[in-house]
Design a protein around this ligand. Structure first.
Ligand code: C2O
Length: 559
């Protein structure tokens, strides 16, 4: 009779799933034997919820709780089980984490400026990662080892865990948990590195990809002799290749660097400044009992620049674009942690912006969402999203560098287009939707009020195939049938996502669809919209795998 413990040991030896139907192999390993836990009991233990639908669970409106680490299975990509085991070691001793008192702040430096301003830093960082990698061999079960740390991302991001007491996978992408979860992940990763070199002041470098000076893979990651090197990267994108924050491998590589830099800055302006509600930036709500959020619930940065960097670095010749090009493998590339350090910095910058948008989400279901991590002393700790809102309270800050996109609002058009001139090539929504995005769509959409009203564009019921990398861009009143650039007044925004897993078929009532909102007020000013216009032309341009995307409709609503 297999006990839970021995089943787990099986799993921890790179267990290969016997067949594709055994994706929830861990389910049988925890409920089959005498020592196992019956999943139904777990559900009953929650107050008779067995048989409850996802909708009932939603109504309970509870914060996401840490997974039961003992119930951990084979991760998947778009529902395809992977031949990897990324379950972190299990421990029963869970402590509530208390942030240590903050003395001097650790300062995360910009990776591209290390050689000039931070003498000796690189050697320390390399030594720390070397020791972390050494743990893989000397003690593979040490949760602080390099592979174990990469596994944390894989387990939380590729549905190896369920929400405790349910069979609903847990996933921390595509929702308001994205920023706090990754902040905590990096927080412990950084403290572990510091501990391994006995330097509590150690701070991770950030990859400053939003600044022209940092718009290439930082050279510290490109030294083949360094522990920071990784072979699973796109060989075309070694420094000094300029990053593309609108990257898609479906189109030829852009060669004009200056244009790329403009495109990148315009992208950042759009993601950071064209935001109306906190959820537009942070991502939409995700509660206990919810299915895996569809990618349309991600915030602007997550679904835009963040996704592009993952894709741009990962090696397209690998089956799943490993390492950075897929969630399950992303943590295996040391560059991941500097990439996400900049993502984290975007959160810090956004919270400090003096724009009118409220920056805080005060919903207790957000603040009380909780996760588990191993700290630098190998102790398993429970942390809350609400304790990660202010990086200074967590003891670190970012080196101060220019933020050039702040002022990169697209130039205002001298003259607006005449709607009757551009509407000839557009179709009424009834003719277009539901739409499979295998071609460019031009739709004539009614406004709620004429001219530069305060309105939002909603692209509704987006479904993107879980297996694919997907990207499309949205323009308003574009004269071009096939617009190419984003540093344009007409550019409204982007939707992009990495391969992921969708809701599990049998009780996924929403079939993994979501809507994305783009704010229009500023855009109307920039395109110099005619004060009498009662309609606009919305152009949706597929950039990657459009045939794997369906869109239910578009509408314009009052903001
Ligand atoms: Cu958890 Cu950039 O991924």
């Amino acid at each position: 009779m297999a006990s839970l413990q021995s089943s787990l040991m099986l799993l921890s030896t790179n267990h290969k799933p016997p067949s594709t139907t055994a994706r929830r192999f861990r389910v049988s390993c925890s409920s089959g034997g005498g020592g196992g836990v019956d999943r139904r009991d777990l559900l009953l233990g929650l107050g008779g919820l067995y048989g409850a639908t996802a909708a009932n669970l939603n109504a309970r409106a509870d914060p996401i709780q840490p997974p039961d680490m003992k119930v951990c299975g084979v991760p998947d990509v778009g529902g395809v089980p992977l031949d990897v085991n990324c379950c972190p070691p299990v421990s029963d001793a869970i402590k509530d984490y208390v942030l240590p008192p903050v003395g001097t702040l650790r300062v995360r430096p910009a990776a591209h400026s290390l050689h000039r301003h931070h003498h000796g830093y690189l050697a320390k960082y390399e030594e720390a990662v070397r020791r972390m990698r050494a743990l893989d061999k000397s003690d593979p079960d040490d949760p602080r080892g390099f592979t174990q740390q990469a596994n944390v991302h894989c387990a939380y991001c590729n549905n190896a865990y369920d929400q405790t007491g349910t069979s609903i996978p847990l996933s921390i992408h595509f929702s308001w948990l994205f920023f706090p979860w990754h902040r905590w992940y990096l927080y412990f990763y950084e403290r572990i590195l510091g501990k391994l070199i006995q330097d509590p002041t150690f701070a991770l470098p950030f990859w400053n990809w939003d600044n022209p000076r940092g718009m290439h893979l930082p050279s510290i990651f490109d030294n083949e002799k360094s522990p920071l090197y990784n072979t699973n990267r796109n060989p075309l994108h070694r420094p000094p290749a300029v990053v593309d924050l609108q990257y898609t491998n479906d189109k030829p590589e852009p060669t004009d660097d200056e244009r790329l830099v403009r495109s990148n800055l315009a992208t950042m302006y759009n993601e950071m400044m064209r935001v109306r509600k906190p959820e537009d930036f942070m991502g939409q709500s995700y509660l206990a009992g919810d299915e895996v959020p569809p990618p349309a619930k991600a915030g602007t940065v997550e679904r835009g620049s963040h996704t592009s960097i993952h894709r741009w670095v990962g090696d397209p010749s690998n089956p799943y674009h490993e390492d950075l090009g897929n969630f399950y493998s992303a943590g295996r590339d040391p560059a991941f942690y500097s990439h996400h350090s900049n993502v984290d910095r975007m959160w810090t910058i956004w919270r400090g912006l003096k724009t009118r948008v409220p920056k805080a989400i005060n919903d207790p279901d957000y603040l009380n969402a909780a996760f588990l991590f191993y700290d630098e002393n190998k102790e398993l700790v429970r942390v809350r999203a609400g304790d990660a809102l202010d990086n200074r309270k967590m003891g670190y800050e970012y080196e101060d560098v220019d933020v050039p996109w702040l002022y990169f609002r697209p130039p205002r058009r001298a003259a607006g287009v005449k709607i009757k001139d551009i509407s000839k090539t557009a179709q009424r929504p009834e003719k277009v939707f539901p739409l499979t995005l295998s071609r460019i769509a031009r739709v004539l959409v009614s406004k709620t009020a004429p001219g530069a009203a305060d309105e939002d564009l909603v692209v509704e019921h987006i479904h993107a195939s879980p297996e694919e990398f997907v990207k499309f861009d949205v323009y308003v009143n574009s004269e071009e049938d096939d617009p190419k650039d984003v540093d344009k007044a007409e550019y409204a925004g982007t939707f992009a996502k990495l391969p992921h897993r969708g809701g599990r078929g049998h009780h996924s009532h929403d079939k993994g669809k979501g809507s994305v909102r783009f704010t229009l007020k500023e855009l109307y000013e920039d395109i110099n919209i005619d004060g009498d216009d009662e309609e606009v032309v919305v152009t949706i341009v597929p950039r990657a795998n459009g045939r794997h995307v369906t869109i239910g409709g578009v509408k314009i609503v009052k903001a």
